[in-house]
Write a protein that binds this ligand. Sequence first.
Ligand code: ADP
Length: 285
Amino acid sequence: MPGRASTPSRPVNLSVNLHPYGEGRLLLSRDVTALEQAEAMRRDFVANVSHEIRTPLTVLAGFVETLQTLSLNDQERERYLALMAEQAERMQTLVSDLLTLSRLEGSPPPGLTDWVSVPTLMRQLEQEGRALSAVFNPSRDRLHQLVFDSLLAGEIAGIPNELLSAMSNLVGNAIRYTPSRGEIHVRAFLLPDGRAEFSVQDTGPGIAPEHLPRLTERFYRVDRSRSRDTGGTGLGLAIVKHVAQRHGAELKIESTPGKGSTFTIIFPANRVRSLRIAACSEPIT
Ligand code: ADP
């Protein structure tokens, strides 16, 4: 039954049981709101995963059947095989993101003993970012304008592949959602209070304010077809948020529809070791 303080936006559910107790009865009342919410989340998650896998699997099975039943010429065969490879890759990406999330949930939080070099992370991100931009814009005259500003010559305490995965998800999203020739600015710098900020700013389509609070939910997408067309799984920002939380960091999302978005991860001062602050670095374009 609904609790007394229950409202449609904040439901409170009670489980009330009457048991025989000696000569009388015992009434047991329990708040089961959190339990029911967790169960609903589990059900949604399983339904979402099944749905995400079923679509490419159906397409793949359809192509297999076509190859088995129709006699195709070499060119047609090649085309079908390429489409099948695309669907298989989609499933691989999805499974790999799901495994990343489950590893994040199952492993102990990162300690303060392993230090990751920020300039090395930025170099890796730049290499990956430029390669990804070239994939989306095969005619090289329409590449994104990528600027990497590494103003923090220091280290962050954490797990290297988690930090790289979170940051490259943000850079990847900026590239995937920003039209060709758009600008993407990636920065890493030290704040005056000793915290470190990593941000990715783009001139893409932006995101309407009503979507912002839900972006880090698993499988939440603003534009479903754009996400799918560019190889998205809907899990990227959930991974980013998880990694940030595990590192005691905050994820901030600012966006103006039609102008662009900025995703920022702010690391707490106790996880930042600054070796030297570059006075001013010329952005590498
Ligand atoms: P996806 O794999 O769909 O990109 P994410 O979890 O990374 O999943 O992002 C969730 C949704 O947030 C995306 O589907 C997209 O609608 C929106 N989004 C993320 N990054 C950007 C961006 N830089 N510009 C515009 N929309 C974005």
